[in-house]
Design a protein around this ligand. Structure first.
Ligand SMILES: Cc1ncc(COP(=O)(O)O)c(C=O)c1O
Length: 412
């Protein structure tokens, strides 16, 4: 201990007063038994990749530059202004006037959990449409918080008719219905019209996932009577991963702010988040958690680009570029194709993993296989937002053709 050291030992080059502090620092360093890892002594290396998978997508320089602005405090008035701008940008992107509109500090999963944790109480019935991985994921989240989960299941890429949905709602009397608008594991853009009205008729909230579709396929939260809508930053919005827009209408707010129990998550509790985002009408915002300041700068810029889009709200769809005429290309879905993610059939006799590895190695292009129930069934090409250009589609198709030439065909 310091007490056992001689006064001579306490004297250092900075004078007697600072010596004990230096000694303490020195002693703490000399007691390190794990050496610094060699990798941490090398500079960071990040390769350049064409991100033509289902996300994340490439981030344009303007958004990268916004994310590299100097950090300010998460509770500074200037930050509140930026958060207010983000709220307006999300309202535009979602086509909603909902006051309860925020960005989650976290990826799309954070918004998924926030939606379910806040609007459902343990023991309540929820209905989940599953036609790919995302419905199953939400079902698991709802089960973990103690909801009574009912699944409507179809093979990946199939859609539910409004009649099927209404019948299931009548049978299970859920407080919440979940549907993925952009089912990225299957490449399907699910029709939404009319479902919100059915939900209203049966006193059920309508929750829609647009992580893979926002900014690529039109969605109209207010007109389509969607009660809760969420998305992610890293797909067609082309921002870095880590923030997730979400909005609740008055019906959803009424349910979530009149609960008998507290939501299972403190971090995702909308009572606190609505205050942090200035949505609760209270004069002061108080500390809840430290938001991802740089992520919010980048998200604001991506929403600004969406607002400025010369072509208007409706973007170019990869369906225009990846179509029946494309060489070496068999699209799995002909109808209801998701404009941002195209699922293509695995060429017969080829190992899809080998093809994707070849494409990454020789073309620096990321494409992916299926996900969840579509693994081994399809490969996926994502052309999202800024990436959705004919030249990129041509590059992706050229890389696929090259992989077909150079990967071995194992089966006849
Ligand atoms: C439709 C859909 N929902 C949710 C998610 C989950 O988002 P994240 O990976 O940002 O948590 C994804 C991610 O691919 C997705 O495509």
């Amino acid at each position: 201990s310091i007490g056992s050291l001689t006064s001579a030992a306490l004297e250092g080059p900075l004078g007697a007063k600072s010596a004990p502090v230096l000694l303490r620092l020195d002693r703490s360093m000399s007691s390190v038994t794990i050496p610094p890892p060699a990798c941490m002594l090398r500079p960071l290396e990040v390769p350049l990749r064409y991100l033509f998978g289902p996300g994340p997508s490439n981030v344009p320089p303007r958004i990268l530059a916004a994310g590299s602005r100097p950090i300010i405090g998460h509770l500074h008035p200037e930050m509140y202004e930026i958060m207010n701008d983000i709220k307006k940008g999300i309202q535009y992107a979602f086509q909603t006037e909902n006051n309860m509109t925020i960005a989650m500090s976290g990826s799309g999963h954070a918004a998924m959990e926030c939606a379910v944790f806040n609007t459902v109480e343990p023991g309540e019935s929820v209905l989940i449409a599953i036609n790919g991985i995302w419905g199953e994921r939400v079902a698991e989240i709802a089960e973990r918080m103690g909801a009574n989960v009912h699944r409507m299941v179809k093979t990946p890429g199939r859609y539910f008719t409004n009649t099927e949905i209404e019948q299931a709602i009548k049978k299970h009397k859920p407080v919440l219905l979940f549907l993925a608008h952009g089912e990225s594991s299957a490449g399907l853009c699910h029709p939404v019209d009319g479902i919100g009205d059915i939900c209203r008729k049966h006193d059920c909230l309508f929750l829609v996932d647009t992580v893979a579709s926002l900014g690529a396929a039109p969605i109209f939260m207010d007109k389509q009577n969607i009660d809760i809508l969420y998305s992610g930053s890293q797909k067609a919005l082309n921002a870095p991963p880590g923030t997730a827009p979400i909005s609740f209408n008055d019906r959803a707010c009424h349910k979530m702010f009149n609960r008998k129990t507290k939501p299972v998550s403190y971090l995702f509790d909308m009572t606190h988040l609505s205050n942090y985002w200035g949505c609760d009408g209270k004069p002061a915002r108080v500390y809840h958690h430290t938001g991802p300041v740089s992520g919010f700068f980048a998200l604001r810029e991506s929403l600004a680009i969406l607002a400025e889009r010369v072509k208007g709200y409706f973007p170019t769809s990869s369906v225009t570029f990846l179509n029946k005429k494309s060489p070496f290309f068999i699209c799995v879905l002909q109808d209801l194709r998701l404009p941002s993610v195209t699922t293509i059939a695995i060429p017969e006799g080829y190992d899809w993993r080998e093809m994707l590895t070849y494409i990454m190695k020789h073309h620096c292009i990321e494409m992916t296989g299926g996900l969840g129930p579509s693994i081994g069934m399809v490969m996926r090409i994502g052309l999202m937002g800024y990436n959705c250009e004919k030249t990129n589609a041509d590059m992706a198709l050229h890389a696929l053709a090259d992989a077909l030439k150079n990967c071995k065909k194992s089966k006849a």
